[in-house]
Design a protein around this ligand. Sequence first.
Ligand code: 5RP
Length: 214
Amino acid sequence: MDAKRIAGEKAVELVEDGMTVGLGTGSTSYWAIQKIGQRIKEGLKVKAVASSKQSESIAKELSIPIIPFSEVECIDLYIDGADEVDKNQNLIKGGGGALLREKILASFSKQFIVIVDPSKIVETLGKFPLPVEIVPFAAELTIKRIQELGCTTQIRQKDGAQFVSDNGNIILDCHFGAIPDPSDMNLKLHMIPGVVETGIFVNSLVSTVIVGNN
Ligand code: 5RP
């Protein structure tokens, strides 16, 4: 079986009746959402919140009850993928462009379960371009300040047009090569006005990393 599917389905073993579950975004989370849908058909009683419009629509097709954030008291379990996981369990996320909502869910969850295939495990973060969400206003100036931190940048495109996040913002893919101190880089990026969120998820957010092996 596909390693992403193995990781996603394994994580869903942690889901229990009565939980509010956070649904991640991407091809690994897809399998977790499918499995939750299957377990609901078998009688599991949960509510869910989604980290993207894409995941919300997959969940609705599977009759997973999605509740608005105004009704969320706490998220018991948040299951999501990652683009890189370093040896200290720091992450790069945002390959799908959903990093802001994903970080909000991770920070409000009692447990954040990261699901990956072995290719995502790295010694040091940064080979994967770091996604940074920035506001469109004066984006050129924000980008200059980000480049001063030692990276080259690309404004993310999709289908020949500028990618727009679910929050109406730009995603900037930042090529650092290596990010030896993820926590420090996250803070430096957050000091720049115009930066909304970064794809660095520091290890204090992470409860468990499940690596699927096939
Ligand atoms: C989306 C994400 C994804 O979790 C990350 O890109 C991993 O995706 P995939 O499971 O498709 O490899 O952060 O914003």
